[in-house]
Ligand binder design. Structure first.
Ligand SMILES: Nc1nc2c(ncn2[C@@H]2O[C@H](COP(=O)(O)OP(=O)(O)OP(=O)(O)O)[C@@H](O)[C@H]2O)c(=O)[nH]1
Ligand SMILES: [Mg+2]
Length: 178
C-alpha cells in the first residue's frame, strides 16, 4: 500500500498488554520500545527502521491496544485504522492463554477483507496455549506462530515468514532515497 519508494511497513496490532512492544524489541534484539507490565503502556504510534535480512530495511510500527483505543477516544482509533491501512504486513499479537476477543475477531475480519498479508503471533507460550484460541484461529483460517518474547522462542520463524510474504520488488531496488 505504500508508495513505491517508501520502505515497507510492518504494523503490530493487538489488545493492550499482549506483548506488541516486546515483540518489536525481540525483532531488534534490544529495547527500542517501552515495555511495562501495566496495560496501556504504548499511547502513541512508534515507528522504528530495521534491517530485516534478507529483505532489507523495513519500518516496524508499534501501536496502542485495539481495546485501549476506546478509552483513548476516536482520534486514537482512527490512527490505529490508518496504521493498519498503510501496512504492507500486519502482525496481530495474541495472548496464548486467552481465547479470541470480539476486538480481535474484528481486526481479523478487517485485515482479511483488505489485501494486506498478515499472521497471528500467539505470545507467552511458556504458560501453555489455550486450545480454544487455536481452534478459533483455525476456524477463521488464520496462520499463526507460537512465540515467547520473554524466552525468544519462535521469533526467527516469524521473521522468515514476514520476509517471504512482503512484496519482493524492494530487494536490490535502485529506488532513490527520499
Ligand atoms: N511471560 C511473558 N511475559 C511477556 C512476554 N512478552 C511480553 N511480556 C510481558 O508482558 C507485559 C506487557 O508487554 P508489552 O510489550 O508492554 O505489551 P504491549 O502489548 O506493548 O502493551 P501496551 O503498550 O500496554 O498495549 C510486560 O511486562 C512484558 O515483559 C512473554 O513472551 N512472556
Ligand atoms: Mg506497547
Amino acid at each position: 500500500m505504500s508508495a513505491k519508494s517508501e520502505r515497507k511497513r510492518i504494523v503490530f496490532i493487538g489488545r493492550k498488554n499482549v506483548g506488541k512492544s516486546s515483540l518489536i524489541n525481540a525483532f531488534f534484539g534490544q529495547d527500542v520500545c517501552v515495555v511495562n507490565e501495566e496495560a496501556g503502556t504504548t499511547t502513541a504510534l512508534l515507528e522504528k527502521v530495521m534491517d530485516l535480512p534478507p529483505y532489507g530495511h523495513v519500518i516496524l510500527v508499534d501501536t496502542f491496544g485495539i481495546d485501549y483505543t476506546r478509552e483513548l477516544g476516536p482520534t486514537k482509533l482512527k490512527k490505529t485504522i490508518e496504521a493498519i491501512s498503510s501496512a504492507d504486513f500486519v502482525v496481530v499479537v495474541l495472548d496464548a492463554r486467552e481465547k479470541l476477543s470480539a476486538d480481535e475477531k474484528n481486526i481479523f475480519h478487517y485485515v482479511k477483507k483488505s489485501t494486506i498479508p498478515f499472521v497471528a503471533a500467539v505470545n507467552r507460550i511458556e504458560y501453555g496455549i489455550n486450545s480454544e484460541l487455536i481452534n478459533g484461529l483455525r476456524a477463521l483460517n488464520i496462520v499463526h506462530f507460537e512465540i515467547s518474547c520473554k524466552e525468544n522462542v519462535g521469533i526467527d520463524a516469524l521473521k522468515s515468514r514476514i520476509t517471504r510474504l512482503l512484496p519482493k520488488e524492494v530487494i536490490g531496488s535502485s529506488s532513490p532515497p527520499n
